[in-house]
Design a protein around this ligand. Structure first.
Ligand SMILES: Nc1ncnc2c1ncn2[C@@H]1O[C@H](COP(=O)(O)OP(=O)(O)OP(=O)(O)O)[C@@H](O)[C@H]1O
Length: 404
């Protein structure tokens, strides 16, 4: 068996236990991979990217550089090249390929294949022409390209993509790193969820697991940061942050405090409670946006970032809410504070105080949710502390590394 066949066999390994006819399943997937020409020759990618020429570089993530290329058949591609010295990246590389091999949806980036060549590991995607959302939304000279209609369609597209990952794909998939730079926009501004390096596949029937913390500051749900407790509601929280960023045009992780609000979520919540929610609206969209629809989205964003994961809606509910008129929606409770160093330093590790864990004295956090995992919480807390330190010191992406 050749190297790339071996690689594909490794990729599908985790799915064996779920299959009734395991051997055939693996063979089928290998056949599909071959039929679909999932495996790319290194020379093909060298030619497509002009030998990974710097002019073709689209950007660089935690995983390594990404290059634009064109195949002989005319298809435009984006090639992610794993940094050679990154053991972290190797795990994410395999994870990304493994997850994306399983999914196909209009709002999920399409993985065309992969390439293993000596020490080189590469992933090949469809090229998504308008690149990532952060490059438009947070750039003063570009944000006007995103009028309200486009922003609303981006919100609904991401919601559908997440619903598919959580409910409709073969396994329940939690993305764990939903943020503006992981949403790619195609020529019609259709959003595609990308970067599955940290995604988790959940066995059927399981609703949550305890895991080491990995994600990006400003987007991570409090119960996940504090206790390593991961469920679909962690993605719901990140989605809520993204919705508020899309409405306000402001980046939560670099939000400059405004009055008594420490972050975008608190600011939005406080204005909302005073009946002035629309004041968060980006000036670039304000004149033409239909206020009724914006109000619904602010309310949905706030419902998604509520401190208690149990009261956050799931993505099915979010998709339904996006088609409703205001008045039919629940009242949002206080937002959780997304993972930041600030919060970490205030709480003694292993604290069993629920209010402390969620950061609000009147939080609606459930005791049982947070107390199940006291031991794991301590372990996760120490891991995430060092991860925080390293993320703030060395990772320009503000990203915590994946540890498990
Ligand atoms: N399929 C694609 N089509 C077009 N551009 C892409 C594609 N995939 C990635 N890019 C570009 O390459 C850049 C780097 O992507 P990558 O996913 O590696 O990192 P990131 O999301 O920016 O950061 P991090 O790894 O910290 O999450 C992105 O900002 C995006 O603009």
């Amino acid at each position: 068996m050749n190297k790339s066949k071996n690689f594909f066999r490794n990729l599908v390994k985790p799915f064996r236990s779920n299959s009734s006819n395991v051997g055939e399943d693996v063979e089928d997937l290998e056949k599909i991979a071959q039929q679909e020409q999932k495996s790319f020759l290194f020379d093909t990618l060298v030619a497509a990217t002009k030998d990974f020429h710097p002019h073709h570089k689209l950007g660089e993530g935690g995983f390594g550089p990404v290059y634009r290329g064109k195949l002989d058949d005319g298809r435009e591609i984006a090639v992610k090249k794993l940094s050679q010295n990154s053991s972290q990246g190797k795990k994410e590389f395999e994870n990304e390929a493994k997850v994306l091999a399983r999914v196909q949806h209009r709002n999920i980036v399409n993985l065309l294949g992969y390439c293993i060549h000596g020490d080189e590991k590469l992933l090949v995607y469809e090229f998504v022409i308008n690149q990532s959302l952060d490059k438009v939304l947070f750039k003063p000279n570009r944000k006007e390209e995103l009028d309200w209609k486009r922003r609303y369609e981006i919100i609904t597209g991401i919601a559908r993509g997440l619903l598919y990952l959580h409910n409709d794909s073969h396994n329940r998939i939690i993305h764990r790193d939903i943020k503006a730079s992981n949403i790619l926009l195609d020529d019609k501004w259709v959003p595609k969820i990308a970067d599955f390096g940290m995604a988790r596949l959940f066995p059927e029937g399981e609703t949550h697991v305890n895991t080491r913390v990995a994600g990006t500051n400003g987007y991570m749900a409090p119960e996940y940061v504090m206790h390593g407790q991961l469920s679909v509601k962690a993605d719901v929280f990140s989605f809520g942050v993204l919705v508020l960023e899309l409405i306000s045009g402001q980046k939560n992780s670099s939000f400059s405090s405004n009055g008594d609000a420490r972050n975008l979520l608190e600011w939005a919540y406080k204005l909302y409670k005073k009946g002035k929610g629309l004041e968060i609206m980006d000036a670039a969209i304000a004149p033409l946006a239909p206020t009724e629809q914006v109000v619904i989205c602010i309310q949905i964003g706030l419902l998604c970032v509520q401190s208690d994961p149990k009261v956050r809606p799931d993505m099915h509910r979010v998709v339904i809410m996006l088609s409703k008129k205001p008045g039919h929606l629940d009242e949002p409770m206080r937002p959780g504070i997304p993972g930041t160093r600030y919060r970490r330093s205030r709480l003694p590790y292993g604290s069993s105080s629920t209010a402390g864990a969620s950061g609000f004295s009147n939080s609606h956090s459930s005791e049982s949710t947070f107390n199940i995992n006291t031991n794991t919480a301590t372990a996760s807390a120490s891991v995430s502390t060092s991860a925080h330190a390293s993320s703030s010191n060395s990772d320009p992406h503000g990203k915590r590394p994946m540890k498990s």
